[in-house]
Each structure stands twice: as structure tokens, then as C-alpha cells.
Design a protein around this ligand. Structure first.
Ligand code: 0X9
Ligand code: ZN
Length: 416
């Protein structure tokens, strides 16, 4: 056996010995046929024992839920009783998590020594190290700034990418990713953007002529690390709330119609809105970046997974913002470019209308409070049972995503 491979697998066994095992957990796809069945699932999702990965309001798009062994009988019973169709898409989520860990450790060990690799999911320290290396290697075009610390004290860094012409105060595209810990493909997508703009500059110079890009690749580093070493399915931040539950949903914590809809008041819930708006250092950091760029920032793009959506405000109401047509035009440009390049379909619309209502999101805040004209949430594709694409899917997913982002950026540059 290859030496690196052996070390990788040994490391994997030792490092994750205490991680949550998910042994016997099942993942179900539930196909609600009508509004009543959808409503039933919405009610069910309020129960914390069901971890809904996906709960779109559209009939015909299945909802997906992870259920621990003790609760499976009750769920199946309920669904059977009401005649709601379901299938089990993962018989043992624990095995999938273990396989993912092994694969990631192996691919990581095979690409060690490289500056950055899209053959494995990167850990937070590796991401920060890549940003610092870029600043060192490309001092005229790249600068890295520590914008604050996460609750657990991790340094959160933005990278600002320019074309090096020295012109100050250009317009800006601000991108973030990873506010939800388990959505690993999102920070990978942000790293891919950085990689393209910096290390493939010549091909992308048109995106940097009159605009600078500011990227915060991991909004929730504590949660991201926790999902790597302790609990794969963790979504929230990590600041304790009560003696038994930690974490706030960062994307319910922004101060615009905070907590009004689609956000839980229960600290143990996955969509907990927080004890107050901006209770989390991580969301404060995003807020402060947005305000520091007011006037300059023309597009805010926040990367999530999954479901292939390009969403714009509002998330708090089904009404649309006055300028929704501008955002729709930009999002359609992204969706069309992806469709033409790979055939992958993205759904475009306001988040309440095409996904579900949820207030306190960063996208609504960016548009309403920070005055950024174009504000878009991009939900990257699902892999595995949702949040766990295989390592071989990272590059194709990210390069496809980049095609859409480039098209949206070009549209923004043309419009503003
Ligand atoms: O629910 C969310 O925060 C996002 N979906 S995810 O599956 N990645 O959790 C969608 C957010 C859309 N925007 C707002 N509701 N404001
Ligand atoms: Zn998300």
C-alpha cells in the first residue's frame, strides 16, 4: 500500500474516533403531492428530531430528511397513515459519512504540498493559508485582511482581488460562502472564484477592469470545522445558547424583519434565529463588510448548497423588491450560461416564492439595509445525499458554478 495513503487512512481513523457516528440513520426523500401534504411536512420540520436537508415549497420537488434509528418507525408510520409517498435514499448515513471521511483524507494526503487542491474539501486553516500565500505571491493584485474573529477565536479573513492598476475605490462584487457549516461545496466554490481571478487572471481580466472583488470564503469557520471533526451535519454557528444547545443559524440572524417567519425561537432548532439580531460575531463581520462597501458594492453573492437555485429577495415576504427585475435579469444570465455550458438547470426567483419564506437572511439585509442593488443566494448542486458530494465532484461543480458567476458578474458590470 502506498505510504501516503496509509498515513491518510490512519490519520482519518484517529482524528475522527470521537465524531458523531450517525450509525443507522436513514435519509428519506418525501414526495408531497399537494399543498396539504407539503404543509404536513412543514409542521413536521418544526420537530427538532427531524433534520430536514431540503424542504422546498414547490410540489414535485421532493423534501429530504435525516432521521435517527429511534424515530424512523414513527415517521414511516405517519407517512403511511397519510398516504404520503417516500423512499429511503440512504439506508445508513453513518456509512456514507465514514466513506466520505476516508475519501477526503486520502485525496488530501495525495495532494499535500500543493498550494490548493480541488480534489478534496479543505480545512479552514488550509483555506486561510492559501489566501496568505496568494497575497505574498501576487502583492500588486491581492491583499488579505483579518476582519475579525469567530466565537471560538478563528481569524476570519477577506481577500481583495484587483487588477493591480492602483485605481482606488472601484465598484465591488462581494462574495461570501459557508454561513451554513455543512454545505462544504460552498467554500470550495468561493476558493475556485479566488483561484480563477488570481491565478487565471489573464482569462478573467474583464471581470477586474472596473471592479474589485472581495471574498470571505468561510463565514462560519467554527461550524465548518465542527462539521469536519465532530458532527458532519452541523449547520449553525457554535456559540452556546443554553446549557444543552449551541449555535445560531447565521442566515436567520440578520437584522431585517428578524425572526418574523421561517426562523425558530428554539435554541436547539437548526434554524434558530439567535438570542437577538446580530447576536453572532460572524454575522456582525458580514454586516460590517457590507456597510464598509456601501456605494461601491453592486453585487452581493452568497454561496450555499443545495438545490440549484439562484434566489433574490425577499426571503421574509412573498412581495418583491421594487428592483426585482434587475436581480432577475442578473440571475437569469447566470442560469442561462450554466444551462448552455453543461445542461444543468437552475431555478431563478425570489427565495420566498421559489423555496420558502425565511427572514433574517444575509441576502435580504444586503439589499435592504446595505443598499447593494444585486443580492443573490446561489444554492449549488447536491452531491451524495445532499451536502456530501464526492471529492471527484468538487472540480466539475465548482467550474460549472464559476460559469454562472462569471455570467452574472459580466451582467452586473454591464449594468452598473
Ligand atoms: O434557508 C436558507 O438559509 C437557504 N437555504 S439552505 O438550504 N442553504 O439553508 C436559503 C436562503 C434564502 N434567503 C432567504 N431566505 N433570505
Ligand atoms: Zn445554506
Amino acid at each position: 500500500m502506498n505510504f501516503k495513503l496509509l498515513i491518510g487512512l490512519l490519520f482519518c481513523g484517529i482524528a475522527f474516533a470521537s465524531a458523531e457516528s450517525y450509525e443507522g440513520y436513514k435519509v428519506y426523500d418525501i414526495n408531497a403531492k399537494n399543498v396539504f401534504e407539503k404543509e404536513f411536512l412543514f409542521q413536521l420540520s418544526k420537530d427538532e428530531k427531524y433534520d430536514f436537508f431540503h424542504l422546498p415549497k414547490q410540489i414535485g420537488t421532493p423534501s429530504r430528511v435525516l432521521v435517527e434509528p429511534n424515530d424512523q418507525y414513527e415517521l414511516e408510520n405517519l407517512l403511511n397513515k397519510f398516504g404520503i409517498q417516500y423512499i429511503v435514499i440512504d439506508e445508513n448515513f453513518g456509512e456514507s459519512v465514514q466513506a466520505e471521511r476516508m475519501q477526503n483524507a486520502l485525496m488530501r494526503s495525495l495532494s499535500s504540498g500543493q498550494r490548493i487542491s480541488f480534489n478534496s474539501f479543505q480545512r479552514f486553516d488550509d483555506i486561510n493559508a492559501y489566501l496568505d500565500q496568494l497575497a505574498k505571491s501576487y502583492p500588486s493584485r491581492v491583499s488579505v485582511k483579518t476582519v475579525g474573529k469567530s466565537y471560538e477565536g478563528r481569524n476570519m479573513k477577506t481577500i481583495t482581488i484587483t487588477n493591480g492598476d492602483g485605481v482606488q475605490n472601484k465598484k465591488v462584487i462581494f462574495v461570501d460562502a459557508g454561513i451554513h457549516a455543512r454545505e462544504w461545496i460552498a467554500p470550495a466554490g468561493a476558493l475556485y472564484i479566488i483561484n480563477q481571478l488570481v491565478e487565471n487572471y489573464a482569462a478573467n481580466a474583464n471581470l477586474l477592469k472596473t471592479y474589485d472583488w472581495v471574498v470571505l470564503p468561510v463565514v462560519n469557520p467554527d461550524g465548518y470545522e465542527y462539521s469536519h471533526v465532530a458532527s458532519r451535519n452541523w449547520r449553525k454557528t457554535r456559540k452556546p445558547v443554553t446549557s444543552s444547545c449551541a449555535g445560531t443559524d447565521g442566515n436567520r440572524n440578520f437584522d431585517f424583519h428578524w425572526g418574523e417567519v421561517g426562523a425558530s425561537t428554539l435554541s436547539c432548532a437548526d434554524t434558530f434565529r439567535g438570542q437577538a439580531a446580530f447576536s453572532e460575531p460572524e454575522t456582525q463581520i458580514v454586516r460590517d463588510i457590507m456597510h464598509s462597501l456601501t456605494g461601491r458594492a453592486k453585487m452581493y453573492l452568497t454561496l450555499h448548497s443545495y438545490g440549484n437555485y439562484l434566489l433574490y429577495p425577499w426571503g421574509y415576504t412573498s412581495a418583491l423588491p421594487a428592483t426585482w427585475r434587475d436581480m432577475d435579469e442578473v440571475a437569469q444570465a447566470g442560469a442561462n450560461a450554466i444551462k448552455a455550458a453543461t445542461g444543468t438547470k437552475y431555478t431563478v426567483g425570489s427565495s420566498t416564492n421559489v423555496l420558502y419564506a425565511a427572514a433574517g437572511g444575509s441576502d435580504d439585509y444586503a439589499h435592504a439595509s446595505a443598499g447593494i442593488p444585486i443580492s443573490i443566494t446561489m444554492e449549488l448542486p447536491a452531491g451524495g445525499s445532499g451536502f456530501n458530494p464526492s471529492t471527484s465532484q468538487i472540480t466539475p461543480f465548482c467550474s460549472e458554478t464559476w460559469i454562472g458567476i462569471k455570467a452574472m458578474a459580466e451582467k452586473v458590470i454591464e449594468k452598473y
